[in-house]
Design a protein around this ligand. Structure first.
Ligand SMILES: Cc1cc2nc3c(=O)[nH]c(=O)nc-3n(C[C@H](O)[C@H](O)[C@H](O)COP(=O)(O)OP(=O)(O)OC[C@H]3O[C@@H](n4cnc5c(N)ncnc54)[C@H](O)[C@@H]3O)c2cc1C
Length: 300
């Protein structure tokens, strides 16, 4: 029986782990990867203490900090179910079942899919959801970024430095996102923004050779060798069935990171806390660990 199980090792989960280690809790981190979305980010200019740092570099710093405390991390072991029965909270994964007195859910968000023909077929054959991870594979090629918000702008800014040409396919009349990023994208000579357009299919032979886009009732082909899907994110909360969520499937928490189930806490992008940012997720992770620590002390 652990004191605490932390689900996820993005900024929220890693920070919770650092705090739990410093409180000498008997705990375990179960996670898909280390870094979460922070590892996919390109340039980060708003994490206090760093005027500029890349996502992978900040993730490496987070991981180094966590490893300093010899935190027990089970990578590539995702929670499939979290359930409280009696006094214990059971976390089931594909490899086994763990019991804990408290749990912090910090499982963040995952990319939304386009849901068009060809998407599944060409996944990792020219179609990807991560510009930081896969952008370098598209040197000198024409690519399409699907989306018009901050994630899409971030992907385009990374690809400008690598690809021959970047098309941004945006469903609304104007690009959204932060003004600074938008200006950088719109002023680039290698970017063409196509507004009011919807992708209807991804096409190719073995690899992506293009997309079909619909504009004003006309469907036309666009030749690209890479497709970066950046249309937003959805919370990884499906495994926590008994925990109350809002209409976006975000886990509802109070200011102490408590969910409706005593002993189950949540932190970061998976929650209904407004604004999804690294500094906020990290802060929420620390709060959740301190709240779990207090809960353990009060229930002994
Ligand atoms: C392209 C991009 C650029 C961004 N740029 C910035 C920026 O410049 N500045 C900024 O402040 N923010 C930025 N963000 C937002 C920021 O990255 C997120 O707000 C932050 O990473 C959220 O942290 P988190 O720990 O809550 O979740 P995540 O980072 O999503 O991490 C979730 C973790 O949970 C794990 N996980 C998921 N499901 C399970 C499961 N079932 N079981 C176990 N583990 C699981 C994942 O493997 C991952 O380790 C950006 C996001 C994106 C996508």
């Amino acid at each position: 029986m652990y004191d605490l199980i932390i689900i996820g090792a993005g900024p929220a989960g890693i920070t919770a782990a650092v705090y739990a280690a410093r409180k000498r809790l008997q705990f375990l981190v179960l996670t898909g990867d280390i870094g979460g979305q922070a590892a996919w980010s390109g340039d980060i200019e708003n994490y206090t203490g760093y005027q500029f740092i890349t996502g992978p570099d900040l993730t490496a710093k987070f991981e180094e900090h966590m490893r300093k405390y010899n935190v027990p991390v089970k990578e590539r072991e995702e929670a499939l179910e979290v359930k409280k029965t009696g006094g214990a909270i059971k976390v089931r994964t594909a490899k086994g079942e763990y019991e804990s007195k408290t749990v912090i859910i910090a499982s963040g968000k995952v990319s939304k899919e386009l849901g068009v023909p060809g998407e599944k077929e060409f996944k990792n054959k020219g179609l990807t959801y991560c510009a930081t991870c896969d952008g370098p594979l598209f040197g000198g090629k024409a690519v399409a970024v699907i989306g018009g918000g901050n994630s899409a702008l971030d992907a385009a800014l990374q690809l400008i430095k690598i690809a021959r040409h970047v098309y941004m396919i945006n469903i609304t009349p104007y690009l959204g996102g932060d003004a600074i990023m938008r200006q950088k994208v719109e002023s680039s000579e290698v970017v063409t923004v196509i507004n009011n357009a919807r992708v209807t299919a991804v096409v190719g032979d073995n690899m992506v050779s293009g997309i079909m886009i619909k504009r004003e009732e006309r469907i036309e082909p666009l030749a690209v060798q890479g497709v970066f899907v950046e249309i937003g994110l959805k919370p990884n909360s499906g495994f926590a069935k008994d925990v109350e969520k809002n209409e976006y499937d975000e886990i509802k928490v109070n200011c102490l990171n408590q969910t409706n189930v005593p002993g189950i806490f949540a932190a970061g992008d998976v929650t209904d806390v407004p604004e999804k940012q690294i500094v906020i997720a990290a802060g929420e992770g620390s709060k959740a660990a301190l709240a779990a620590f207090k809960y353990l002390n009060s229930s002994q």
